[in-house]
Design a protein around this ligand. Structure first.
Ligand SMILES: [Cu+2]
Length: 232
């Protein structure tokens, strides 16, 4: 039924999908009921040719109820969706602080700058590493991303992780994820941000722990680590 959703490789992916499914089926039910009523009125409940239509005199309460009852149903359904999705939302929106791995992501027309803090675990020091458009992470480890923008509003979107958050100039927003499958995935910008928006696409590379350790070794040569240590 949900084969059109992309593959999920995120620890909270199935929770997000169950919220999507809940909203989808509620909307589908409303659609069938409304369109069913409409088709019934058009094809079955109508008058025969030449027959006069019936006329009703006004009744304020009855007329108001036609609006108030559907409004009540919408509110109840809305609160139910909020109730069902609150736990998922809470889990996704909190807990970024527990992540041991942190990367700063700065959107800029039309690239993603992935800034790694380096061995000193601090951003803004000599051993930082800035990579264009490629985010390297290990599998099965919690990763914190601090999202921001250098110019206009962008939106950091990793469909397979079910992660999407705006990148706002002048503001840092923390999100987290834990990838469960090694591979290469897309990071499109999901906010129309200018003429090059459609080409603003990064890559997420999920490494096995061994490959990630190798990647770390390659990117932080000994002297750079020492340089950072002297600065501290
Ligand atoms: Cu963008």
């Amino acid at each position: 039924m949900h084969h059109w959703l992309p593959e999920s490789i995120s620890t909270y992916g199935s929770d997000i999908d169950s919220v999507i499914r809940l909203v989808y089926y509620l909307t589908l039910l409303a659609f069938i009921l409304m369109e069913g009523a409409l088709l019934y009125m058009i094809f079955i409940g109508n008058k025969k040719k030449g027959e006069r239509a019936s006329y009703f005199s006004g009744n304020t309460l009855k007329q108001a109820l036609w609006t108030l009852i559907p409004l009540g149903i919408v509110i109840v359904v809305d609160i139910y969706i909020d109730y069902r999705s609150a736990t998922t939302w809470g889990m996704v929106m909190t807990g970024a602080d527990e992540a041991k791995i942190a990367v700063r992501v700065e959107g800029e027309q039309f690239n993603w700058h992935m800034i790694y803090p380096g061995p000193d675990e601090l951003i803004g020091t000599a051993d930082d590493l800035s990579i264009e458009n490629v985010l390297h992470v290990p599998v099965n480890r919690k990763v914190r991303l601090t999202l921001t923008s250098r110019d206009v509003i962008h939106s950091f979107f990793v469909p397979v992780l079910r992660l999407k958050m705006d990148c706002l100039p002048g503001r840092d927003l923390d999100v987290w994820f834990e990838a469960t499958k090694v591979g290469e995935y897309e990071i499109p910008c999901a906010e129309l941000c200018g003429f090059g928006h459609s080409g603003m696409i990064g890559r997420l590379i999920v490494h096995s722990q061994e490959d990630y350790d190798l990647w770390l070794e390659e990117n932080w040569p000994e002297n750079l680590t020492e340089l950072a240590e002297n600065k501290l």
